[in-house]
Ligand binder design. Structure first.
Ligand code: HEC
Length: 141
């Protein structure tokens, strides 16, 4: 993998920073995507998803408003683009200012899979799918 030297260390430092490594997978009747969003995304993107999380001031580029993805894409939720952005493994170095402020969730989730009996790719895809389902539900009309 092209970014093998930098990307995993980014994911690991992120895990240490947030303690996410100990967070287990939600089960049962929980809104998995919502709780995932609150755990992993709200600190930057805000509880509402509007980009007003408390950590925004640390970044060169402000965290995006995640409730207008559909609106900004001609009324269609840009599923593939959001998936690739959040997963992040294919575009680690992209970003408006040449660096990426977003954590590389694809790697974070793969690392967390080691605490579960699941194959890393399967686990990461399920986490992403729940999250995208939630994001699609919070879009402004
Ligand atoms: C550490 C802060 C931080 C966290 C945590 C974070 N993001 Fe982001 N996110 C950003 C920033 C900053 C941007 C703006 C562009 C960039 O630097 O990549 C962004 C951009 C995005 C975009 C692109 C939006 C667009 O308009 O194209 C999506 C989608 C996104 N984030 C989803 C998420 C999801 C889902 C999570 C939780 C799994 C999350 N982010 C967690 C900081 C964060």
């Amino acid at each position: 993998m092209k970014h093998a030297t930098t990307a995993p260390s980014l994911a690991i430092s992120w895990l240490l920073m947030t303690g996410l490594g100990s967070a287990g997978a939600a089960q049962g009747g929980v809104d998995f995507g919502k709780s995932e969003f609150e755990t992993s995304c709200a600190s930057c993107h805000g509880a509402s998803g509007k980009g007003d999380g408390v950590r925004f001031r640390h970044f060169v580029s402000p965290p995006a408003d995640l409730t207008t993805l559909t609106k900004r894409n001609g009324g269609v939720f840009p599923f593939q683009r959001v998936w690739d952005t959040v997963d992040g493994r294919t575009e680690v170095e992209n970003g408006p200012h040449g660096t990426r402020d977003m954590p590389v969730w694809g790697l974070v989730y793969r690392a967390q899979a080691q605490d579960t009996p699941h194959p890393p790719d399967w686990y990461a895809r399920n986490r992403l799918a729940a999250l995208l389902d939630y994001l699609a539900r919070i879009q402004e009309k």
